[in-house]
Design a protein around this ligand. Structure first.
Ligand SMILES: *Cc1c(COP(=O)(O)O)cnc(C)c1O
Length: 451
């Protein structure tokens, strides 16, 4: 009955083994062939294995090779083989990770992984944590705790009375906050249009000298790892004064929080542990399969107060940690399985090696591009590189040529008014030879562009 699992494993291996040979972007013909899926819902069951075969035949070639070694678009990591394997095993378990009583194994595993992460990131012992789908929801989760806590301090209970007639909350973010942070604030009823945007410097860091005076209920959102430049806000200059004035300080560290796990990168993130809450992704730099993000809150009871369900029929009273007391969802997959696996499989030195290697590779890209006369727009402090190939149209043409060529894949962006190509190095699989091969392709295609 389960022979199909062997078939799936064989197909997955063939896919992954083939990634290094195929173009990173899918062949346009593969996209056209997706039409074979536009059939009517079958009247009855298909022959055993036939549906899986169609899935592989039609969809595998139409994927972008983000799991491969030379994908540098957005900030998308690959999947460590061990984490992927754990994901398959956890799929077989099919656990609903909401309540300890129903799923003790994965609930326990999540507690262990959270303890390790709090230690790895240098966050306060006893912080609450939550496994969610990604940094968007991690920001949402932590900021829900923030919203409730800053209003509780002035005697307003959001859980009971909502935001109608509540005292206003001042929300401060940098002008370079990630757009999904603004979305999270909108979903929390804090109003995207009333956010106070604090000016930033040329690296996208919030300017400490531009922070407005803080009065009344206030949430200050900082950033570890700007999505374009990789820069970190000046935490030491911002967090202590803001907290002293009564603000809740939140840090969006979707990929930058991992700098804490590498000795060579740790100084970039100095002081962020003094904040009240943090959000990060595991599916980016930790290289676990999608989807996986994490929220941490210094005051675990504030997180629990915002997220617990406490419905009569659910067996939530437990001496053990119930995952659903800390997350927006009740039922969900056990995301902690892959996170625990990746952390345990790599260990402290393996994690540091991954993050430091990717940053060294980013610096090599910058050096190679600048050496050939192209303009690198950012100080490459982390794993992100911005390069302009002259005028905006020329840069856009070269980005398109690189994507078509298929050796590697990078996306376009606009950084402080400049059209640029963004290189994000965040895969466990990228070797130094991959960087040289990709750099050679970039330089060749840039040189070939005659306008
Ligand atoms: C990617 C990213 C997000 C959004 O994360 P998702 O996992 O896509 O939800 C938020 N903030 C920053 C800084 C990011 O890089």
């Amino acid at each position: 009955m389960y022979a199909i699992l062997d078939d799936a494993a064989r197909r997955a291996r063939a896919y992954l083994d083939g990634l290094n040979e195929r173009a990173v972007a899918p062949d346009p013909q593969a996209a056209a062939a997706l039409r074979q899926l536009d059939e009517a819902l079958p009247a009855g069951p298909s022959a055993e294995g036939e549906t899986l075969a169609l899935l592989d035949r039609a969809v595998s070639p139409a994927t972008l090779a983000t799991a491969g070694r030379r994908f540098f678009g957005f900030v998308i990591g690959g999947a460590l083989p061990e984490a992927l394997a754990a994901n398959w095993l956890a799929g077989a378990w099919d656990q609903n990770a909401g309540l300890y009583a129903s799923t003790p194994g994965v609930s326990h595993l999540e507690s262990v992984a959270l303890r390790w992460l709090i230690d790895l990131f240098g966050l306060p012992v006893g912080s609450g944590g939550a496994f969610v789908t990604g940094a968007t929801v991690a920001n949402f989760t932590a900021l829900a705790a923030a919203r409730n806590a800053v209003l509780a301090r002035v005697g307003w209970n959001v859980e009971a009375h909502g935001l109608f007639a509540a005292p206003p909350i001042t929300v401060l973010t940098g002008l370079e906050a990630h757009p999904t942070l603004l979305k999270s604030l909108g979903m929390l009823g804090l109003g995207r249009a009333r956010i106070v945007r604090v000016p930033v410097d040329t690296a996208g860091r919030m300017r400490a000298d531009a922070l407005p005076a803080i009065h009344g209920p206030t949430i200050l959102c900082l950033q570890a790892g700007n999505v374009n430049t990789g820069a970190f806000d000046p935490f030491e200059a911002l967090i202590a004064p803001a907290r002293a004035a009564g603000a809740w300080v939140h840090v969006d560290g979707a990929f930058g929080l991992w700098a804490k796990a590498a000795p060579a990168l740790r100084p970039l993130a100095r002081g962020l542990e003094e904040a009240d809450s943090w959000a990060t992704d595991a599916h980016k730099w930790l290289n676990v399969p999608y989807d996986s993000g994490l929220a941490f809150v210094r005051d675990a009871s504030a997180l629990k107060a915002a997220m617990a369900i406490t419905a009569e029929y659910l067996p939530t009273e437990s001496a053990e940690r119930n995952p659903s007391d800390f997350t927006p969802e009740l039922s969900r997959r056990a995301r902690g399985v892959e996170v625990w696996t990746a952390l345990r499989a790599l260990g402290r030195t393996g994690l540091a090696e991954l993050f430091e290697r990717n940053c060294r590779q980013a610096r090599r890209f910058a050096q190679g591009l600048a050496g050939a006369g192209h303009e690198v727009l950012n100080d490459v402090v982390l794993n992100q590189v911005l390069v302009a190939f002259g005028a905006p149209e020329r840069t856009r043409r070269i980005v398109a040529a690189i994507q078509r060529d298929g050796t590697c894949w990078c996306g376009g962006t606009v950084w402080q008014g400049r059209t640029a190509m963004r290189i994000s190095v965040c895969s466990w699989a990228t070797t130094d030879a991959d960087v040289e091969q990709s750099l050679a392709a970039m330089l060749r295609l840039a040189a070939a562009d005659q306008g």
